[in-house]
Structure formats: C-alpha cells, structure tokens
Design a protein around this ligand. Structure first.
Ligand code: PHE
Length: 471
C-alpha cells in the first residue's frame, strides 16, 4: 500500500486528462462573466475575437504550461526551479496563487451549493425575493457551513488521487455538465413572454439573435482595443493558465499523449461551454427582463437569475434546480484543480502522503474560508479597488481583494515570467521538442515562437497596466 503513494501519479489516458483539464478550465468564469462580456462587447464580434485569441495566444500559453509539467515531471512548485534555478520563485508564486484563489473559490462554491439546496427543497421562490442574497451573506454561520461542505467534497476527491479521484470524477461530471447546459440553453431559447401592459411579445430567439450577431455600433479603435483586452483577460482566467494548475496536471500526462490535440480539445470544451452559457442566460434575460444585459458575477447568478427563474413560473423552479446543479459541477471541478495544485506542492514540500496533505489542506482552507465568509459580516474591512475590476465591487471585501490580487496582478506577472523563461532564457525549442515527443507533428512552430517571445509578453504587460486603471 505504501508503494502506492510513492508511485508517480498519472492520468490513465488522454481522455481522462482532457476532461480533468477541461474541468479546471470550465468554471464560474464561463458562466458568470463570458455571457456578460459578450453582451456588452458587440455579441458575435466578441465571440469571434475570443475564438481567434484562444487559437493563438490561449493555445500557446496553455500548451506551454502543460509541456513544462510533462517535460519536468514535476508539479508547479518544483517545475520552474527544474527548468532554471533563477526562476524557482515562479514555482512558489504558482503555488501561493492557487492557495489564495481556493480560499475564496470554495466560499463561492458554498453559496452555489446553498442555492442548489434551496431550489431542491422548494424554496426557489424565496431566492428571488429582494435582499435574499444579502441576508444570506450577512448571516455569520450559514455561508461557513456550506463552504465547509463544498471544501469537504473537493478534498475528498483530491484525497482519492489523480486516477481514482480527479480523473474518474471528471469523466462522469463533465459529460453531465454538457448535457445539463445544452438542455437549459434549449429551454432558454424557446421561451417567450407577452408583456400584459404593452402587449409586446419577446422571444428567446430574438435574444439569441442579439447575442450572436456581431454588433459594430459605436465602434472606434479604442473600443475595439478594449474588447480585445477584455477577451484576453477572460481567456487567461478561463483557461486556468499561469496558476500552476496546468503545469501540475501536465506532470500527470503520459508521453504518448498528443499535447496539441489535447489543448485544442480542452479549448473547444472551454469556449463551447462559455458560448452555451450565453445561450442559457441571455435569451432568458431578454425574454423576462427585456434586455440581454443581466449583469455578471454574483449579482447575476444569485440575484438576477433567480428572479428570471421565478418569472418563468413553476417550470422555472426546475430550470433553477438544474442550473445550480450545473454550476456546482463547474465550480467543483475547478476547485479540485486548485486543491490538487496546492496538495501536490505540499506533498513535495513537507514530504507527506497525499492523504495526510489532503486532510491538512481541508483544515487550512476551512479556516481561510471562515475569514472570507466573515468578510461579509463581522469583519468590516473594505478596500477600494480600481473600477477596471469587477462589475459590482468598488469597495472590495476580503473575497474581492483576493480575487483582484490573484487574477489581475499575479496572473499577468506569472505569465510574463513564464514567457521570459521559455521565450528568451530556454528558447521556444525547449517546449517545441516536448510537443514533438514521440514523432508527434507540430505545425504551428513559428506561430508558437513569435507569440511566446513577443506577442504574449506585450499583452500581459498591457493587462497589468489595465488592472491598475492606467489604460
Ligand atoms: N478557469 C476557471 C473559470 O473559468 C477559474 C479558475 C481559475 C479555476 C483558476 C481554477 C483556477 O471559472
């Protein structure tokens, strides 16, 4: 049995890896931010730009992380040091960042769980009442309990290991998630509503049209630039790159797996779910609110959407229940990838078994989760954040501050470090040879080199400026 812990963990095959990585990529970002960004930024135009960026910059950053992991065979904490001792600090950063993200992602997971339970226990109507979400956040105990349950589920899967936990779970959950999201999207697109006062009928198809048709109204060069940058930031976050996660998962990938094909599949999964999420939310918002703009973030899924489900009548309660199951799936697989990165780092750092570290992680993250939860009631500390940040957080709570620091500051810094290390210190060939391992073809070599050396570094520097409100 003890040999079990010594044996190097790995995914059994390509499908398991692709689904686990897609599970990490598909998360709250796809559901609560992508549809909003598309609605705000010219609909189909945004989708088009997003896909183009995914096939170029997204592809390069994702394959780089995965290849670093597979080539070094080490988790994020040690991988950078193994590439170059001067870049060891990137390994530390790539482990600290998922630690901080997990501290608040699990709390949001708890909120989602709470809403799921509400819908399943016939209290869907209540979630639509004014002030419901605020009152939930203000209660000192309930959010903490849900956070604990969500964390326990996460820790249990990580505890079971890469193959028996993460891979097995992803293989069941990811197809389920796709089915749910397609079902809800079809339901949303086929809704219609006649306003009793004006007599005007709005249909889901009209909402879908507004979402998909590229809208160039009021387009200027600077607006176009803003759209590209919004798409870029969203893409980085959505692909879970520059957070050590994909390096860690990459270290579990077998040498005969084609990295190019896997990355394309992961991206197709991620973008597909993001686009479907828009199809799920925007037509319903259009039908019942008269506009595809229903906001983003917690305000969208915990306030606006429950009201939309309520407006649908009884059937809305079923739709709401299924919706929150789907979001729980999406958040859980992302949370698992965060905890795996931290636990894998902890195993090497403390020379302890997976099981021991998983337990410790549960306790430590539960404690961090308590602090984040109390940030909405007993802890009154607030910090103003740049307006470029979230839609509804001008005075940031602990959760907002962590989110801002990790995703807007640290993510570009780690990306920049990775680009410098691979593009300039090691040279792109170092990664290309790993991609070509076993005679696998890699046609986009030239594109890869140009993006990792020139394009990506420039973009992440702009992202950093943008985060601080300098753009
Ligand atoms: N990629 C996830 C999403 O789009 C978010 C995430 C970021 C998950 C970082 C894990 C780590 O929601």
């Amino acid at each position: 049995m003890d040999n079990q812990t010594k044996k190097k963990a790995s995914f059994t095959g390509t499908i398991g890896f692709v689904l686990a990585a897609a599970g990490s990529a598909v998360g709250l970002g796809n559901i609560w931010r992508f549809p909003y960004l598309a609605a705000q930024n010219g609909g189909g135009l945004f989708i088009l730009i997003y896909i183009l960026l995914a096939l170029t910059c997204g592809f390069v950053l994702l394959i780089t992380d995965i290849a670093i992991g597979r080539k070094t065979g080490k988790t994020a904490l040690e991988a950078f040091g193994a590439v170059s001792s001067k870049f060891k600090f990137l390994g530390a950063l790539s482990t600290v960042v998922p630690t901080l993200i997990l501290a608040y992602y699990a709390v949001i997971g708890g909120w989602i769980l709470k809403y799921m339970v509400d819908y399943f226990t016939g209290q869907g109507a209540q979630t639509a009442t004014d002030g419901y979400f605020g009152a939930f956040l203000a209660s000192p105990v309930s959010p903490i309990i849900y956070t604990f349950i969500f964390l326990a589920a996460t820790a249990l899967i990580v505890y079971k290991g890469v193959e028996k936990g993460i891979e097995k779970f992803s293989k069941v959950i990811m197809p389920g998630l796709i089915l749910l999201i397609i079902g809800i999207a079809v339901f949303s697109v086929t809704r219609s509503y006649t306003d009793p006062v004006s007599g005007v009928t709005r249909t889901g198809l009209e909402g879908m049209y507004q979402y998909f048709v590229p809208n160039f109204d009021g387009m200027t060069v600077s607006r176009f630039f803003k759209i590209v940058m919004d798409a870029m930031c969203q893409l980085f976050y959505s692909l879970s790159v520059a957070m050590g996660i994909m390096i860690t998962y990459g270290s579990y990938v077998k040498k005969d797996t084609s990295l190019t094909k896997s990355v394309i599949q992961i991206e197709a999964f991620d973008s597909g779910v993001a686009i479907l999420a828009g199809l799920m939310i925007l037509p319903a918002a259009f039908v019942f609110n008269g506009s595809i703009d229903a906001g983003a973030g917690p305000g969208l899924i915990f306030v606006a959407l429950p009201k939309i489900f309520e407006a649908m009548g009884t059937v809305g309660h079923v739709a709401g229940a299924l919706f929150f199951v789907m979001v729980v799936f999406a958040a859980l697989t992302s949370c698992i990838s965060l905890m795996e990165t931290v636990v894998a780092g902890g195993m090497t750092l403390f020379k302890k078994s997976r099981k021991q570290v998983s337990w410790i992680a549960f306790v430590v993250f539960a404690a961090m989760g308590v602090v984040v939860c109390l940030g909405y009631n007993l802890i009154t500390f607030r910090m103003p954040l740049p307006p470029s940040f979230a839609v509804d957080a001008t005075t940031g709570t602990i959760l907002d501050i962590l989110d801002f620091f990790c995703n807007y500051i640290m993510l570009p810094i780690i990306s920049l470090g990775t680009c410098i290390l691979i593009g300039w210190v090691k040279k792109p060939q170092w990664i290309i040879s790993e991609i070509e391992e076993g005679g696998k073809p890699f046609k986009a070599k030239a594109m890869y080199s140009i993006i990792i050396r020139y394009v990506a570094p420039v973009i992440v520097i702009i992202m950093l400026f943008k985060a601080t409100g300098k753009f």
